[in-house]
Ligand binder design. Sequence first.
Ligand code: NAI
Ligand code: COI
Ligand code: MG
Length: 359
Amino acid sequence: MSEVKKIAVLGGDGIGPEVVGEALKVLKKTEELFGYKFETEQALFGGIAIDEKGTPLPQETLDLCLASDAVLLGAVGGPKWDSNPAALRPETGLLGIRKALGLFSNIRPATVFDCLKDASTLKPEVLEGTDLIVVRELTGGIYFGEKSRRDTENGQEAIDTCVYNEKEVERIVRQAFDIAMTRSKRLASVDKANVLETSRLWREVVIRVAADYPEVELEHVLVDNCAMQLLRRPASFDVIVTENMFGDILSDEAAMLTGSIGMLSSASLGEGSFGLYEPVHGSAPDIAGQGISNPIATILSVALMFRLTFGYHDAAQAIEDAVKEVLDAGHRTGDIAVDKSKAIGTTAMGDLIIAAMKK
Ligand SMILES: NC(=O)C1=CN([C@@H]2O[C@H](COP(=O)(O)OP(=O)(O)OC[C@H]3O[C@@H](n4cnc5c(N)ncnc54)[C@H](O)[C@@H]3O)[C@@H](O)[C@H]2O)C=CC1
Ligand SMILES: CC(C)CC(=O)C(=O)O
Ligand SMILES: [Mg+2]
C-alpha cells in the first residue's frame, strides 16, 4: 500500500478551477491505475479569497500548503480585482505564496508535440527538434524589489528596484546546470549584462559556477537577442536559465513554439522535494466560464509533480503518453485547433486524456 500524498488544491480565479478540475480527474485515474493514494484539500486563493476572506492568501490556505506534500494551483486574477490593485496585488497573492513557500526555482518545459507544429506560428522546419526548459528565478529581482512613488515637477514618478544577491543567483544557476547535466549538457544563461548591474553579477556567478560543470556547454545570451533567437533557432536551446522577469516573458514566448500557452506546465521548487505546480498561463478572463480552456498545461503540471516531488515516474509517463495519444488522434481545444469548428471543450479534452491513460 503506497503512502498517502497530501495535495493542497488552489483553483483560484477565471479558468483556474476549470483546468484544475480536469487535473483532479487525472489524480483519481492515477489512483485507480497505479494504486498511489492522494488526499486533496481545496482552499481559497486569489480574487475569490479576497471576496470570501478579505485577503488573497488567507493564513489557513498558507497553513494547508505548508502541511502538504505539494500544491496544485490553477491561476489567479481578473478584471474584477485587477481594477483595484490594492485588493489583489501579486505581491500579496502569487508572489506572496511563492516567497512564503521558499519556491525560488520555476521550471517551465516547452515541449513541442510533432502533431501540433501546425498550431505554431513558426515553420515546422524551424521547430524541428525543439524541446527546451526555461529555468526561471522566482523569488527575487524586480518583482520583489522595493516599489515607490513620488511627486516630481514632471508629475508622479514610479520606482521599481531590481535586487539580486550572489546566493540567490548561485542556487538557481546550480539547479540549471544540474538539469543541463541530465539532458543534452547545453545551458544558455540569459541576462542584460551590457546594461544592468544585477545582470553583471548574474554573469559573474554563472561563470564561477560553470567551473564545476566542465562538461556543460555554456552560452551567455542577452535577453533581447534571446527573444529573437527563440524564434529563429529554438531547437538550439536546451536549458535556459534566467532571472525572474526575463523568465516570465521568455517562457510566454516559448509557449508559442508549442502552439499555445495552454500547453505549458510548470513546477516551482525550493530546497527540498516540496513543489507548487501550475500552468504557466493566467486566469484567461476572456474565455473563463465558457468551458473552452485547454486543460493540458495543468494536466502536464500533475505529471511534473509526479516526477519532481513524488518520484512517480510511471504515472507521469502515463499522463504524458496519454496527452500525446489524444493530440496525435487529432483532438484539439480551440487554442491549438487549426480548424476551430472542430474544437472540443475543456471537459471533453480531460475525459479523452484520462481514457487514454494506461499502466
Ligand atoms: N499564475 C497565475 O495565476 C497568473 C495570473 N495572471 C493573471 O491572469 C489574468 C489574465 O492575464 P492575461 O495577461 O490575460 O494572461 P493569460 O495567460 O490569462 O491569457 C493570455 C491569453 O491566452 C489565452 N489562454 C490562457 N490560458 C489558456 C488556456 N488554458 N486555454 C486556452 N487559452 C488560454 C487567454 O484566453 C488569453 O487570450 C490577470 O489578472 C493576470 O494578472 C497572469 C499570469 C499568470
Ligand atoms: C504575478 C506574475 C509574475 C505572474 C506571472 O505572469 C507568472 O508567474 O508567469
Ligand atoms: Mg507570466
